[in-house]
Design a protein around this ligand. Structure first.
Ligand code: SF4
Ligand code: SF4
Length: 210
């Protein structure tokens, strides 16, 4: 009976943190301001710095929790073999107030058309690989991928890299770790919403300063 409960929990977890969370981020991103201004007021800069501190602590906790499952991603590696910018406007917003603001970030990875076309393309490649047994095509890789994995420290990685888990990966995670991960992902979700609010207030200040 306990096993049935665990399967139900994992299924709900995948629905919540694979399907809904990523759709929610794409929608939030679509309505967020298109550019992140340099903060005009000390208060906004202070808030951005405080959010960034939370982000770093959260990422260290998440990566610490999943370190025992690294072999699943190491054997697959699909996520890092995508030539798309992982840093988004949300990363840029919280890092703007800090000593090392992001120089580059992209909009593509959180756009619904890209997500859909990328999903279709990968599904097609897997089907062809299964049917014809030909090797999966090599694609360009993330600019931060080195010979031994990601070259960025846990707190320096994009927020998306800390909170993206595919169903294949989630199937390997033990029940007790999934239960520990859920509140951390909720905090990461809230952090995105708070970053979006900060961006709106930054843009509001910008308009009223002209
Ligand atoms: S999250 Fe999934 S798709 Fe991405 S590298 Fe890990 S196992 Fe592969
Ligand atoms: S930033 Fe690091 S973890 Fe994220 S996709 Fe690139 S190599 Fe992978």
């Amino acid at each position: 009976m306990a096993r049935v409960g665990e399967i139900a929990y994992k299924t709900a977890f995948i629905g919540r943190w694979y399907f809904w969370y990523n759709l929610e981020l794409a929608l939030l991103h679509a309505v967020a301001p298109k550019a992140t201004p340099l903060w005009l007021t000390r208060q906004l800069a202070d808030e951005a710095r405080s959010l960034d501190q939370e982000r770093q602590e959260l990422q260290v906790k998440i990566f610490g929790l999943i370190r025992n499952y690294g072999s699943v991603c190491a054997a697959c590696g699909a996520c890092c073999k995508e030539n798309v910018q992982r840093f988004t406007a949300f990363d840029a917003a919280v890092r703007t107030g800090g000593p090392m603001p992001l120089q580059r970030y992209g909009r593509e990875i959180l756009s619904l058309p890209w997500m859909v076309s990328n999903g279709i393309q990968h599904t097609w490649q897997r089907v062809m690989h299964a049917v014809t047994r030909t090797p999966m095509p090599e694609s360009a890789v993330c600019e931060h991928l080195g010979k031994k994995g990601c070259t960025l420290g846990h707190q320096e990685r994009p927020m998306l890299c800390a909170s993206w888990f595919c169903p294949k990966y989630l199937r390997h995670i033990e029940h007790r770790d999934l239960k520990r991960m859920a509140p951390l992902l909720r905090d990461m979700e809230r952090l995105h919403f708070r970053a979006a609010r900060l961006m709106r207030r930054g843009n509001h200040s910008l308009r009223h300063s002209k």
